[in-house]
Design a protein around this ligand. Sequence first.
Ligand SMILES: Cc1ncc(COP(=O)(O)O)c(C=O)c1O
Length: 348
Amino acid sequence: METDFNQYFRKSLLKLKPYQSAREEFINDGRKMILLDANENPFETSVNRYPDPLQMELKSQIAIWRKVGLEQIYLSNGSDEFISQIVMGSCEPGMDHIVIVPPTFGMYKVAAATFGVSVKEIPLTSEFQLDVPSILTAINEESKLLFIPNPNNPTGNSFNSNDIKTLIENFKGLVVVDEAYVEFAKTPSILPLLNNYPNLIVCQTFSKAQGMAGARLGMAFAHKELISFLNRIKAPYNINSLTLNAVLRKLKEQEQVKEQVADLLKERALLEAALKKVQWVEKCFPSDANFLLIRVDNSIHRYKQLIVTGIVVRNSSKSLGCENTLRISVGTPKENNILIKVLQSLDN
Ligand SMILES: Cc1ncc(COP(=O)(O)O)c(C=O)c1O
């Protein structure tokens, strides 16, 4: 059956005429043109011109890398921008809602709040897995978006892949599988199944394994109709030239990224073994990402003790089901050794 993609978008945005940037109004046939159309400063500085609004050069490399069509890629100023755009584009404020599965990444709720969109929260099970029956019971016509971070943040585990598929198949709105930590995961990406599911959007980021958090680049992959809609509602120059060039270079350094990921996974195992020997660490949760969630005797006390020694971790205790937990990113071998020594020296 043909999918009606308009069902996924806010009705009021369907007729929106996108802003047309000056450069989009002519087709460059390769000749060197005199560019007097965008009120730029003509003197060369390497960034005096506006960047390509549709980032075609970078997307053509990402298409090969991720084995998807060029028209199935949307680039954003970090995944955070994509998350805001998809909430804004698909949910009617005051009417529709998003569905999240706490403990979960905090930005989904923030994005919803900024657009006046309400949030339905269906907690994970005690094993931090998706509660599929409860989600399917709770959703209705106004459930426009379901966010599944896989691996999850702050818990670090991956979800059962059959549960994710069941949800995509039964959810009437769009399902965002947020794979920010996918490079660290044993569980494979769902991206090869993109063409099976018209309502699936997979998002990934250059902020984690790719080591470019400061450059801000997120990627969303979906059916070309969904991508075309996202392109219509975005700010024309959301990705700057410095980031475009830096990411093009990074794509040529994937061997180094793989080595770093392998090193970080080894370091995570060492850290996990050390944490399990610390008396006041009650539990170290299994992780498929570059961080570990631990349950401790008193998270505020331990957090403050670490700050005194010059180490900042995340107190994740406010997340549902994460009372008295700390989330610790895996650092360099040197940083992790210091952390382990400090952990061992703290009182019991
Ligand atoms: C699950 C998840 N999604 C998205 C992001 C945000 O990524 P970006 O830096 O690309 O905005 C994070 C950052 O911590 C995250 O944990």
